[in-house]
Structure formats: C-alpha cells, structure tokens
Design a protein around this ligand. Sequence first.
Ligand SMILES: Nc1ncnc2c1ncn2[C@@H]1O[C@H](COP(=O)(O)OP(=O)(O)OP(=O)(O)O)[C@@H](O)[C@H]1O
Ligand code: SF4
Ligand SMILES: [Mg+2]
Length: 334
Amino acid sequence: MSVVSAAVSALAVEDLSVELPRDGTTIRPVNGVSFTVERGRSLAIVGESGSGKSVTLRAILGLLPKGGRVTSGHVAVEGRTLKESRRNLGRGRDAHLSIVFQDPLAALNPVLTVGAQIAEAPRFVLGLTRRAARDRALELLRLVGIPDPVRRYDAYPHELSGGLRQRVMIAVALSSEPKVLLCDEPTTSLDVTIQAQVLALLSDLRRDEGLALVFVTHDLGVAAEVAEDLAVMYAGRLVETGPVSEVLSSPKHPYTFGLLESAIDVDTPDRIPLAIPGSLPDLSQLPKGCAFHPRCFLATPECTTTDVELRSVGEGRASACLHADQLTIGTRRS
Ligand SMILES: Nc1ncnc2c1ncn2[C@@H]1O[C@H](COP(=O)(O)OP(=O)(O)OP(=O)(O)O)[C@@H](O)[C@H]1O
Ligand code: SF4
Ligand SMILES: [Mg+2]
C-alpha cells in the first residue's frame, strides 16, 4: 500500500482579517482574505491605493502597525502555521518567509552597513561562518545588479540612491533563502532596465529554487508578466481571483473592469484611460451590501443590501459580484 501525502501549499492564507485604530475609531483594512500560492508559482495582488495590499502582507508576517491586530485567520508556510515557526526564530523572522517592503529606507537599519544587513541571515539563520556569510552577501549584491559590490558592502543605506536601496532590500529578503517571498511594489523606484533585471531574477528563483511569490503592484502589465494568478483587492476584500491572463482579458468583476479601463496602455497610446468614478470608501463607514456599489455601473438595488462573498465563476475563477454573469463584455484592451 502506498501512502500519498496531501500536497502542501508554499503559502496558505485563510480568512485573514485585521483591525487598526485610526482617528479614534477602528478600521478593518483586511477582511476575510484567503488565498494559496504553490511552490514556484506567483500571485499578483492589485487594487487602488488604500485597498489593503500592504496591510495584508504585513499581517502575514505578523508585523502590523502599532495597535493593529489580526482578528481572524490562519497563515501557513509549507504547512507550518506561522506562530509555530516564529516561536523558533523570533517575531517576523521566519527563515522561510521574507518581504520586500514598499519603502526600503524605512525598512533598512540606518546604523548598519548594507553588507552587515545582508550577511545577518546567512550567519545567524543559515549558520554560515562570518567569512562565508560575507561572501554570500557579496554574491547577493551582485545578483541584484549592484555595481561594485565590494565597495557597496560597507555603505550605509542613506548613502545609496533609492534604486540601489530597493535592490539592497531585495538582497536582504533573499538572504535567508526563503521559500516564500512577499514583494510590496518592489520595482516602482527602479528604472526600466533594472526592473526587468529584478523581475528576471525572481523568475529564475521561482524556476530553479521553487520560490513562491506574492507580488503587490499597481501595474497590471507587471502583474501579467510576473504572475500566473491574480487577486484583485477592494476596500480590504478580495473581489476577483483567477489566472492572470483570463482575469485581464475577461474580467468578472466591474472593479477589475474599471482598473483595466483606467490603466494607461503603452501599446495603445491613443486610447484614453477611463477613470473609475468616485473614490475608495472610508473604511470606517463602508457602504452596506457590496462596498463597490456607489461606483459600479452594474449596480442594482439588491447590491446595496446583499453582502457578497467570493464565489466560483468558472474553472479556477472567483468573483464577489452578484451580477458577474452580466459581465461578458471584454475590455477595450482585448
Ligand atoms: N499605520 C496605520 N494606521 C492606521 N491606518 C493605516 C495604517 N497603515 C495603513 N492604514 C490604512 O489601512 C488601509 C489599507 O492601507 P494599505 O497600506 O494596506 O493600502 P495599499 O493597498 O497598500 O495602498 P498603496 O497602493 O497606496 O500602497 C488604508 O485605509 C490605510 O490608510
Ligand atoms: S455586486 Fe453589484 S455593485 Fe457589487 S460589483 Fe457586482 S454589480 Fe457592482
Ligand atoms: Mg501599499
């Protein structure tokens, strides 16, 4: 008799909800978020500014802003719940899970050289000798395309340009040889050539090491390039998920449709982007029913009263829209 073990996802996030204090009230920037990422796969998360992307990544790591708390949910890396692994490694220091923060200057330690910061995990998490950890840090500096790594090793973060700091942050994140990498807009401050280089590096790590990637971006083109799967976030909830090419060519949620229509497309510069009307709601006073209804071109009275959960709208696809079946039109891109 053969025993077949159940496949374990590299990252499994289930029903994650977060509360944060703000202006004397409590907001819920992450609300019932669930997703999985398999080894070697990549999930892109998109959504307008303030939709909860960064707080989601921080909650996965257990690094919420002061006063924030996870009110529900379960996070597992390679089948181990994060609480268990943190007990061994200290808060936020799971060897299998790393993050590239949105703001590298805030994330890097200002009083340590970049080399020391990159060598820390090889030395103290992977157990390399001081010499081997330094060699590994230099190798990582080279890998992320930092010119003259021997000189840069001894630089402090403030001595480097924004682009170089971003690459140092990526090197720090890779230094513990993580199984799962969370990237929060990791390429926004990089020029096009370096951006392509970093994306290629991440793609190599996925193929060669089975790295699983969660990639937050504003750029739908980057999402399509870097990920197989897409999650669209609105006001703290995932409102559409599925294979990136399918979601972008035939969205099943009016918000995704709106994001596509409002994006600038470099391939068709004559096409005028159409902004989604209105703006993201105040998270302390979310509209009843579907939170997108005040901005939605398909809204009906039912949408203002019915809470909508993500539900299947085809093979591997899900949408939190009551009228997803009416969205059979493609976008102007397709
Ligand atoms: N430290 C904090 N205290 C209170 N509210 C916060 C804090 N950090 C984030 N928020 C709020 O949580 C919500 C989600 O923020 P988050 O940073 O996750 O958005 P985002 O999707 O990452 O946006 P962006 O694309 O601009 O990075 C926003 O309403 C934001 O104002
Ligand atoms: S549920 Fe209604 S308001 Fe919400 S996205 Fe769908 S059609 Fe629009
Ligand atoms: Mg953010």
